[in-house]
Design a protein around this ligand. Sequence first.
Ligand code: SAH
Length: 403
Amino acid sequence: MEEKILRVSPSYEAQYRDGYPLVMEEALTNPGALKEEGEVFRLETKGGDFLGRGYHGRQNKGLGWIVTTKETETIDERLIQKRLIVALGRRGHFFGQEETNLFRLFNGEGDGFGGVLIDYYDRWYVIQFYSRGAYAFKDVFVEAILQNTDAIGVYEKKRFSDGGAYVADDDFVTGTPAPEPLPVKENGMTFASYLNDGAMTGIFLDQRDVRRKVRDELADGRNVLNTFSYTGAFSVAAALGGAATTNIDAANRSREKTIEQFRMNGVDPAAHDIIVDDVFQYLKRSAKREKRWDLVILDPPSFARTKQTTFKASKDYPSLLVSAAAVTETGGYILASTNHGGMTHGRFRKFIKQAAAEADCTFKVESVWSVPEDVVQDDKYPEGSYLKVYLIKKIAEGGASHE
Ligand code: SAH
């Protein structure tokens, strides 16, 4: 079979020679050559030099991912097996752990195959496909998992509806279905997860290191306000560390979900406030009533619309920080997180500075996190490092400054 050839325009040649894995439409002189998602192509310079071999899949600005830069290597079962085996090897220490059995096993381009993520939920595997093209390799990934792991069952999440949205479906693929809920462990905490209940499973594994910090160092004897609390995972960590928590989420079902997560950990839900409300309204009202917390957790989605408000992290994060500062004790902390891939650390730091000025208080950044080690990165693709979490101490009111 003749291999499809894609040509990179000269102005992008250096970037692809350097190993950039995402094939962007604007980088090609002949993007129209691509027809069917999942088809394999050979990327070349204008002069005909081999740059890499990849597959066609539409994902945001991308038309596909380079999967190998070895000219002799083809994209087939063997290569995918090999990629998975290397990924398994890299996470060897996670498999041996008693206290954690939830982690990212395969992280797309970071593990040499963009558009496909695999998460490990205590011997159940959840594969996320980010394009129809990636989904064309589904059977090969499933087979590779079954052959190389102790999988009890496999689930999938198809994230290639309009704008990368989740395609609602029965997500069970093969093996034995997981119990519902499936309890998973993280640093000795237990979280209820649901592998076949829509786009999300109830727990975001990428905040593992941050939750540990909350439990071990930021919770004891403190009052914690957890905004955008979802199933209350941060509150479980805080409660186990000795805090009283207030949970705010606009979704009705966050209440029962949070109660469930507390119970999984032997925490009495009655000792915590679980409030279904719009975060922005709640912060405003709390400021008026002069309510204060020792730790305010902000973990909003990149974009969210409720009846009352529209929030865009890239624009509205400073005002969220200002509202949070108004209800944070002097000497207390704001834990500010964003998973917005387009937000750089530089921009986020600027937002923090801007918020300090606007709130007229002094902030000090004490810790910074990015994605955890199992969310392995391709250093040629910095956009993959989407998570930014800042622990900010509010050291004084008045005399705005920022260290
Ligand atoms: N912090 C959570 C994850 C947040 S997911 C965790 O650690 O698990 C985003 C949550 O924000 C969703 O549960 C959604 O219902 C909620 N949300 C979005 N916009 C909101 C708003 N304006 N007010 C309150 N909750 C909101």
